[in-house]
Design a protein around this ligand. Structure first.
Ligand code: C2E
Ligand code: CA
Ligand code: CA
Length: 655
């Protein structure tokens, strides 16, 4: 798997960890050496002072015992024995004895100048009386040498001994060697511990990183890679179009592509399954379809889930001819029924594909091209489609519009146009249908086909539903102040009805503008009745109970249950314009329309024929007992101002 540039791991982490551990190891050993050295030094000093104290006490004892006459002689012998017997040369030494009939001092290698500087420190103790065991002693540093001294302030004799602490140096030298050896061992142990710890921690962090990277690059439901993974992977194998050199030499050289194909797959009926059978069933369906698609691929091809019911297949080195074969195989796989909740469900799919480098030379554009082709396949209901230059413009336009959507709603660029619904018998306008038009600042007037699915894809269905309701109610208010009481029918996406507070929103607005709820009608596309019936039926009843009218739109195109429609007790059933179109010559269409009119009557609803374009169609419909209609023959959708003039004039439309 190529590295994920967007999720670069912190490779310096291990190095940092090792450096930190090594510094800790170094600090530990340094502290160990310093503390041990200090301890040894303090201990050595204390031992030497103790020894000096004992020697001085011994000297004092001897002096007291000896005959006063030969005390000098005895003391010399003793001193020689204690201090000078072996290292006289190296010993720096000063001894002073004073007592009755005795004033004796000896100096070896300590200069009078040094003595002069040492004496003041000792002088402060001279007059203090204290027990023998606590006789003053201490250490003075002079000329970078440590001098230890001991005073005995006896009743008869006073003894002062000063000497360099040779023994301390010896002790320390002795200890130091061992300390260095031990500190090397300590350092080695600490280093080993640090490395082991850093490697353990590194493994743990790496493990966590891997889990996070997996979560960020994979879909949790199907376990398939996601879009981030895909674009990273593609960017790593597609040579950089700017300098035509591979993105990362070394690695890319081996993998640089000659060609590739990318497929965008969108399941056709997924939303219906999800809404009718619940999310758990929808999830099962997605997992099963994903498994089947994966089985159809070889190891060089990657299946990616990029959204709800959208998948991408990335196939390196696949030519256009091979892509043709694969896309047909994929269509067959998607058409195969899948068992969900003990029901055999076939979702079907629309697939678009693009080819590198024929259609685009970067990852994002390849996806857009395949997506554009997929939309064409969906619109034409052709199953699959390959990207072509002719729909390149359309793809770019879609991208641009998607980006412009924000302003469309905030600047109220999307406006409602109105098409009259007329009584076929007398040409009176019985109501108007609000149809959205985007007054695009640069692209002119855009019909819903250009933006409704963009709104749905961008997750703004609820926002847009409320936007339409608000605009319609405001228009009703304006018209009411002018004495126009014509009702407005609005189109809502089935998904708007899943918005739990939509009714409250609508009622609040109606109350605020003092509009009779019966002046507002909601048109629901017939297929909408197949979305989670339990949820929707209670919501629709709530709207109905609030006085808002309901219509089933595009009747005859969906698969809604007739008993359900009859129970809903809708006000209008709008017969889809595909049945009106060509009804003059088509007896089958006449039969369908006639049945639809009968059904509507039996449900207690009024039938409205859509898409009436000429008088013949109108006459046939009237003969069949259809009372109401809508179509270009009477009037095309027009702006609020234009229709307002018609409504004010109580215009009669041509019969
Ligand atoms: P629809 O609700 O079935 O609206 C009727 C469509 O048929 C309108 O297209 C209208 O302009 C067109 N039409 C009316 N009479 C004739 C005719 O005699 N001949 C032909 N060929 N066409 C006729 P439009 O305005 O392009 O709307 C298309 C669809 O977009 C609508 O179908 C509706 O499903 C959806 N739509 C429109 N406005 C909104 C909206 O505000 N919200 C939602 N969710 N959907 C909307
Ligand atoms: Ca409609
Ligand atoms: Ca319709």
């Amino acid at each position: 798997m190529p590295p994920l540039s967007e999720l670069q791991r912190d490779k310096s982490f291990r190095l940092k960890l090792i450096m930190i551990c090594l510094s800790v190891a170094l600090s530990v050993s340094t502290i160990y050496v310093v503390v041990s050295y200090r301890l040894a030094a303090d201990l050595g000093l204390k031992t030497e002072l103790d020894s000096l104290h004992r020697q001085a006490m011994l000297l004092q004892g001897e002096l007291l015992l000896t005959d006063k006459e030969d005390s000098k002689e005895r003391v010399s012998e003793l001193i020689e024995l204690v201090y000078f017997n072996d290292n006289l040369d190296s010993s720096e030494f000063y001894l002073n004895l004073s007592g009755p009939n005795l004033q004796w001092s000896i100096t070896n290698k300590i200069s009078p100048f040094q003595l002069e500087r040492l004496m003041p420190a000792l002088a402060s103790h001279t007059y203090k009386r204290m027990p023998m065991k606590d006789m003053p002693n201490g250490v003075e540093v002079l000329d970078d040498k440590q001098f230890i001294w001991q005073m005995i302030l006896g009743e008869q004799y006073q003894i002062t001994i000063i000497k360099t602490s040779k023994n301390i140096d010896d002790t320390l030298n002795f200890v130091m060697k061992r300390l260095i050896i031990t500190s090397i061992i300590v350092f080695w142990l600490a280093t080993w511990f640090a490395l082991t710890l850093s490697s353990w921690m590194n493994k743990r962090v790496q493990g966590k990183n891997d889990t996070l990277a997996h979560l960020a690059t994979h879909d949790s439901l199907t376990g398939l890679p996601n879009r981030l993974f895909l674009t990273n992977m593609m960017q790593n194998v597609i040579p950089n179009p700017i300098d035509t050199k591979p993105l990362k030499s070394g690695y890319i050289d081996k993998l640089a592509l000659q060609q590739a194909s990318l497929f965008v797959i969108d399941l056709d009926k997924f939303k219906e399954v999800n809404d009718s059978f619940g999310h758990a069933a929808g999830d099962t369906l997605l997992i099963k379809v994903a498994q089947k698609l994966k089985q159809a691929l070889n190891e060089t091809q990657t299946l990616v889930r990029i959204g709800g019911d959208e998948f991408i297949i990335w196939s390196p080195e696949l030519s256009i001819e091979e892509a043709y074969k694969l896309v047909q195989k994929l269509i067959l796989i998607c058409n195969e029924p899948v068992m969900v909740n003990n029901l055999s469900i076939s979702t079907g799919a629309s697939i678009g594909f693009s080819h590198y480098p024929s259609h685009a030379i970067d990852a994002e554009s390849l996806i857009i091209c395949a997506d554009t082709a997929m939309h064409e396949a969906k619109q034409k209901r052709s199953g699959w489609s390959m990207f072509s230059e002719s729909n390149k413009k359309c793809g770019r336009q879609r991208l641009k519009l998607r980006a412009d959507l924000d302003n469309a709603l905030s600047d109220r660029q999307i406006k409602l146009h109105y098409q009259p619904k007329v009584s076929l018998k007398n040409g009176h306008i019985i109501g108007v249908e609000a149809l959205a038009r985007w007054h695009h600042p640069t692209d002119g007037l855009l019909a819903p086909i250009h933006f409704i699915d963009l709104i749905e894809q961008s997750g703004r269905v609820q926002e847009f539903g409320r936007y339409v309701i608000l605009n319609a109610i405001e228009q009703l208010d304006i018209w009411h102040t002018q004495g126009i009481l014509t009702p407005i029918a609005i189109n809502l996406s089935p998904y708007n009805l899943l918005d739990p507070s939509l009714l409250e929103f609508t009622i609040t607005l109606l109350k605020k503008h003092k509009i009779d709820p019966r002046k507002l009608e909601i048109e629901l596309i017939e297929s909408s009745t197949s979305i989670n019936i339990d949820d929707i039926s209670s919501r629709l009843s709530d709207f109905k109970n609030a006085g808002i009218k309901l219509a089933i739109d595009d009747f005859g195109t969906g698969m809604s249950s007739l008993s359900y429609i009859s129970n809903l007790n809708v006000n209008h059933i709008k017969i889809d314009r595909s049945f009106t179109n060509g009804i003059e010559q088509d007896s089958k269409k006449q039969a369908v329309v006639s049945t639809a009119i009968m059904l509507a009557n039996s449900f207690g609803s009024e039938a409205i024929a859509e898409g009436i374009e000429n008088k013949t169609q109108a006459d046939i419909l009237i003969k069949m007992g259809c009372l109401y209609g809508q179509g270009y023959y009477y009037a095309k959708p027009m702006t609020a101002d234009n229709i307002q003039a018609m409504l004010q004039a109580n215009a009669i439309l041509p019969l």
